[in-house]
Design a protein around this ligand. Sequence first.
Ligand code: NAD
Ligand code: UGA
Length: 463
Amino acid sequence: MKITKICCIGAGYVGGPTMAIIAQKCPQIQVAVVDLNEERIAAWNDEDVNNIPIYEPGLSEIVQEARGRNLFFSTEVDAAIDAADMIFISVNTPTKTYGKGKGMAADLKYIELCARQIARVSKSNKIVVEKSTLPVRTAEAIKSILDNTGNGVQFQILSNPEFLAEGTAVQDLLAPDRILIGGDTNEEGQIAIKALFDVYANWVPQDKILTTNVWSSELSKLTANAFLAQRISSINAMSELCEKTGADVNEVARAIGMDSRIGPKFLKASVGFGGSCFQKDILNLVYIAKSYGLNEVADYWEQVIIMNDHQKRRFSGNIVKTLYNTVSDKKITFLGWAFKKDTNDTRESAAIYVADDLINENAKIAVYDPKVSHKKVLADLDYLQTRDADENAESVLSFENPYEACSGAHAVAILTEWDEFVAYDWQKIYDAMQKPAFVFDGRNILNAVELEKIGFVYQAIGS
Ligand code: NAD
Ligand code: UGA
């Protein structure tokens, strides 16, 4: 079976970049990316390709190449479903904020709406691909909806989780470590798997495309994120011990990372991991384990989140303690608000929680981030509902210029590891700050010796 028309429901951080690469690498396939969010689709269609809604290095060039040729963005969801042979579901699966499983389970309402819409609209057989990260056995629910509410057409459901990381999405999609496709073990399932395999084989070496049963595929995605996040919480736990003992967490990470069984990646101590997925996926894993009565398994993974929350609070607590136990009315400058460099995404960014703690202490926060707007900063704080929006607006200002952001500050805190921060004229920043001038480096990117030579009181994580 040859795929000629793909529809992707959800034009977000996964749907947009993934489909742009498929369109670029498979000019023979028409790719329609659809979303209910009109503003987002308008931005994807913006004449100036630099205004697409997601900032990822290299993405706008690819969109420029394929858009209008075989890559289309639209809000016409029904029409795109109707026309497609293969439909990717790439909608958001946030943590539930209500009812059973509140604060833990994945909210699958958007997934179910997609399934019902596909069932209602489809007049020919379709392959439905789970691209969103989903609890293990979700395909069963999708199948039940499709088979019981559809027009009698055949559906095959595949699981094809996405492993891209933001900030490196284009590279990760062009040269993935692996592609995972889970499907039914019967003949129809194998035909569907082969159809998706052939799409990826246009640019991914065949030995990197793994096929499994659906449940292994669904669970592998949650497992991968749990393992990755666990490494960060492990090194962050060690960072606190390093601070007490005179060990240096960067040296420890280097020493253990050279053991080929451990490996050097994902051992960077930080103010805590953020991003839309690690926390939500681990909470979901914990919920699933509990729902099977596996309390020890649940507790084991929950500790990764507990450690991460502690690391964020520890960072803000240390700022207050170091600034003579009061930050009231003091200007504290945040360099960085995004959850990591090279993205404009701020979901679950450590910066939000650190700012919230400091505002509770009556600090005045000044923010500079090269890709995040003031509107987004305020929206992130308002979302926490710690205080009313007016109070947040009075407590936080954003700046277009990093030197202005730092001018008059009592302390500068590095919350994101943007490369440009390292290259700043730190003498100039020092000269314009209150004295003593403090730097709290939540990403361990600055040179301690140079900063101390200038006169800063410099504190990093884990040393
Ligand atoms: P996102 O919020 O950026 O995008 C989801 C989009 O789906 C939104 O634009 C929303 O308007 C749209 N949508 C929701 N319901 C819809 C419907 N019924 N019809 C049409 N459009 C609808 O989310 P994201 O970051 O792209 O994540 C999507 C999924 O991929 C999640 O399950 C996430 O866990 C997973 N994932 C994300 C990443 C990442 O780096 N962000 C990486 C791997 C996997
Ligand atoms: C992560 C995974 O890396 C992807 O494989 C996965 O597809 C994705 O989640 C997802 O499912 O959403 P992402 O969250 O985009 O990707 O970015 P990461 O590079 O994993 O960083 C996550 C957070 O951990 C960031 O806040 C980052 O600064 C932090 N981090 C990362 C550290 O503090 N230390 C490290 O060593 C690595």
